[in-house]
Design a protein around this ligand. Structure first.
Ligand SMILES: NC(=O)C1=CN([C@@H]2O[C@H](COP(=O)(O)OP(=O)(O)OC[C@H]3O[C@@H](n4cnc5c(N)ncnc54)[C@H](OP(=O)(O)O)[C@@H]3O)[C@@H](O)[C@H]2O)[C@@H](O)CC1
Ligand SMILES: Nc1ncnc2c1ncn2[C@@H]1O[C@H](COP(=O)(O)OP(=O)(O)O)[C@@H](O)[C@H]1O
Ligand SMILES: [K+]
Length: 519
């Protein structure tokens, strides 16, 4: 699904209410019944499983609730029976409020002579072996409260078997847009097939135990209607960044691609600012300068002959009196938070009018003196890792609360915040852009410094701060994804990000694999 609402294309992440509305609109506008929609969605799930199992004689336990998620389970069970699989189908009878489409599919199955087993209490729990497969169609998008009673116990029982579980739409008990209150009431899915759009809950670190791998099945909900909902949360994939790429013209020269100034470093931490400087160059900034303490001069000049270097005091940044006239400044890596550095930084911010990317200790200094944020130019980018973010916006109760806090900070100060992590999220006022690339190979010293350089270098070349942030975060993650085909998690270092940056850019022009809607 492609969004027109923002000024480029992106896949939407919908809330459960938006999905319900889109479901209804699709039924009305596309002249399709809800039963047909269920048949279509569940058949896609069956096809997914069938193409992998190829008729193998594995015991498959399909647990169905009594709503439409359960209805999906019944359709999947029917197809499995009809294809000769060794299937056990159960109705998790937690309520009398059976949905119409559930009932139709229930009867359909019975007519075929396949009577599901009804589970009404713990004594009805079947034996499930580790080698079996469980299909979780207990609760989906209609979850209104945490599962309790025997339903919760069933979820706990399935979790305890450590069996592979394929969740339909949602791991049962996981809310799309609210935090889990009772961790024992949520199914721990091995893989989730979710309908139409990714769900925000899948992308938050607090849900790491419930959601493992997942993918989106396009069930054909009405895209025009979804557009009209003006969703504010986007999932960034290759299709979304390709149009951002700015190609070069024959007559361009280095001045066309801007001048990045990287400010940072302190004694013992010159490496950080070196990585950032290298990254700004490698992503194509026409000119790159570094402003570092004197102790960093030789290191930078020797390790990056392409960069110009200006110096401050011996071991620390204190004066910030560089002569360079850059188009953008990336500031913070390795800078430290010494008192003299803090005093100089305050003066620098108060006088500066140049676009900024603020990272690491520069974020910590703003957190120490919060009014400093009033002096940054609008649409300045801040790139905190979780600890730095906490210092900046304060403690949060859960990941949804964290997003709320970051959104209000971003709105209040008109800045962009990049929440770094496994699914790095760019917050631009009320809009969220969640990244799809990257893996734990990036959990290595200096990878954030490189990201700062990439984003700074993009802004130098004329990318807007938002595009620089989205494109930079996407490519940064993509280097690690590509690298894993040739190297290991362990041997990937921050310098490897720069080594694989050309592959990540070239991959944009590779026609294969353009629909990476999975994680
Ligand atoms: N457009 C799409 O994406 C399509 C979606 N489809 C499928 O529909 C699914 C959504 O179906 P759904 O709306 O019927 O909700 P579902 O999750 O089955 O449960 C609702 C029932 O559970 C109850 N209930 C809630 N919480 C509870 C709890 N903690 N403990 C106990 N009970 C609880 C709730 O009762 P209530 O809260 O109203 O009292 C109600 O009776 C969706 O995930 C997808 O699989 C496809 O078929 C086709 C296209
Ligand atoms: N498990 C992971 N999956 C994807 N990306 C990750 C993972 N762990 C770390 N990263 C990325 O690596 C970078 C780490 O940044 P940061 O913590 O600031 O590193 P440093 O301070 O060492 O430069 C961020 O861009 C983050 O998104
Ligand atoms: K489910």
């Amino acid at each position: 699904m492609r969004g027109f609402f923002y000024y480029f294309y992106a896949m939407y992440i919908l809330t459960s209410n938006q999905i319900k509305q889109a479901d209804q609109a699709t039924i009305e506008h596309k002249n399709i019944t809800s039963l047909e929609l269920m048949e279509h969605a569940a058949t896609l799930c069956f096809n997914w499983l069938h193409s992998r199992l190829q008729g193998q004689n594995i015991e498959i336990h399909v647990f169905c609730g009594i709503g439409n998620n359960g209805g999906d389970g019944l359709v999947i069970a029917r197809h499995l029976f009809q294809h000769g699989y060794n299937v056990h189908c159960y109705i998790v009878n937690f309520s009398d409020k059976r949905s119409d489409d559930f009932l139709t599919n229930y009867n359909h199955l019975k007519e075929l002579g396949e009577w599901p087993t009804v589970i009404s209490s713990e004594k009805d729990f079947p034996k499930v072996d580790f080698e079996d497969i469980v299909i979780d169609a207990i609760l989906g998008n209609g979850l209104t409260r945490k599962p309790a009673g025997f339903t919760k116990n069933l979820i706990q029982y399935i979790n305890s078997t450590k069996v592979f579980t394929l969740a339909i739409d949602f791991p049962s008990g996981l809310f799309s847009n609210a935090s889990v209150i009772d961790k024992d009431s949520v199914l721990r899915a091995g893989h989730t097939l979710t309908f139409q759009t990714p769900k925000l809950a899948f992308l938050l670190p607090e849900n790491k135990n419930f959601i493992n791998t997942w993918e989106v099945l396009d069930i054909g909900l009405d895209e025009n209607f979804i557009e009209s909902l003006k969703p504010t949360t986007h999932y960034i994939t290759k299709n979304d960044v390709i149009p951002m790429y700015q190609s070069r013209n024959k007559w361009d020269h280095k001045g066309t691609y801007g001048h990045s100034l990287i400010i940072g470093g302190s004694f013992g931490k010159i490496g950080a600012v070196t990585l950032t400087t290298k990254a700004a160059l490698k992503i194509g900034s026409g000119l790159v300068s570094a402003y570092v303490p004197k102790c960093g001069y030789n290191i930078l000049q020797i390790s990056i002959p392409e960069a110009m270097v200006e110096v401050d005091s011996d071991k620390l940044l204190t004066h910030y009196n560089f002569k360079t006239k850059p188009s953008v400044i990336g500031i913070g890596p390795g800078m430290g938070t010494a008192e003299q550095t803090a005093i100089g930084f305050e003066k620098f911010l108060k006088n500066n009018k140049i676009p900024l990317v603020i990272d690491a200790d520069a974020i910590n200094l703003i957190a120490q003196q919060p009014t400093l944020i009033e002096y940054v130019p609008e649409k300045t980018i801040l790139t905190p890792h979780p600890k730095e973010l906490q210092r900046l916006v304060g403690e949060w109760k859960n990941d949804f609360d964290k997003l709320e806090k970051v959104i209000s900070y971003s709105l209040k100060h008109n800045v962009l915040i990049i929440i770094k992590g496994a699914h790095t999220t760019i917050v631009d006022g009320g809009f969220l852009f969640v990244n799809s690339t990257g893996n734990p190979a990036l959990a290595t010293a200096g990878s954030g410094d490189v990201l700062t350089g990439i984003i700074t270098g993009f802004i130098a070349q004329g990318y807007s701060p938002l595009k620089a942030a989205i494109f930079g975060v996407y490519l940064h993650g993509k280097t690690a994804d590509i690298a894993l085909q040739k190297t290991s998690y362990e041997t990937f270092t921050s310098s490897s990000i720069l080594e694989y940056l050309p592959d990540a850019i070239l991959d944009l022009f590779n026609q294969e694999n353009t629909s990476s809607q999975e994680s």
